[in-house]
Design a protein around this ligand. Sequence first.
Ligand code: SAH
Length: 352
Amino acid sequence: MLTLIDRLERDRTLPKGDLVALIDGRGPESEAYLAARAREVRDRVFGKGVFLRGLLEFSNHCRNDCLYCGIRKSNRVVGRYRLGQEEILACCAEGHALGFRTFVLQSGEDPHYTDTYVAEIVSSIKNAFPDSAITLSLGERGHDAYALWKKAGADRYLLRHETRNPGHYARLHPASMSLPNRLGCLRALRGLGYQVGCGFMVGSPYQTTGHLAEDLLYIKELSPHMVGIGPFIPHKDTPFASMPAGDVGLTLFLLGMIRLMEPNVLLPATTALGTLDQEGREKGVLAGANVIMPILTPPGVRGKYLLYDNKICVGDKAAECRLCVARRMFGVGHMVDQSRGDHPGFRPGGPA
Ligand code: SAH
């Protein structure tokens, strides 16, 4: 196993069969070795700084019906909310005062936010805080919308591909959604010059190690600026309510593999990881992650953006989350870095 890890670090990829063997053969020794290699690679590129992103969940309305997601259209129990432009700006102002220089605007796929309305929101944030980056995470839209938002000032776009395997994709999503369309969105975003993030859930229902290997090879192919992975966690009002949650150890192992495959990548230790394990985000950073995304969503609606059960921080205020992550990172020998935190290879203005 250790020679496979050395080969992964040297070649930055492995044939699918070797990726599967490495994942399936993992144990305490390979976990410790991989994490140590991933930390060294991460430290060489980024040092001990962990980039901060303020996550603003501005709408939980969704036209989609992903089987795993708590805010899916068919969930009639959710209290739905939307934040208006002024509320969004007020959250960003609070976040800016707390030291955030990246705002991640995330929502369900909500057509209420038309292409032009989103552009208006983006440019108003950009005008108010020209030193800050804007990341959008609004799901699938057309090329023209993505182009408009880029022109309005959006810098980055997160769109997890969810799984690279078409059969697996079809078991997680309604027939109206298509993997080629999702991958096409990622290609379009990249072509428009966004810093782009793909990603997947670890331990989503029906996932095999072969699927994970395909996900890793897809990351290699797309070579994104960011990769978001976190464990699947069931939500009680979805068809996957009784499915088991993903494994924290496996998630950490995959974070390490991704760090070796893409040394410069921006890799968050996610809220889902922190939900399954009280110290999940610290462990994520110790496994090779270098980004943390505290929640900026206003307390009044936080408890309504529940993609999965038992989400952490829903009772906290933005300032508390900001302090809490600083303390947590400090506790494991890191510090939060308050710069924009662009990808090292990113050239402002041009396609990356
Ligand atoms: N509507 C946007 C944002 C989706 S929410 C979009 O389509 O991109 C962000 C991510 O949360 C999803 O991409 C998915 O990977 C993850 N997620 C959704 N439900 C989850 C669950 N039950 N457990 C863990 N992660 C989940």
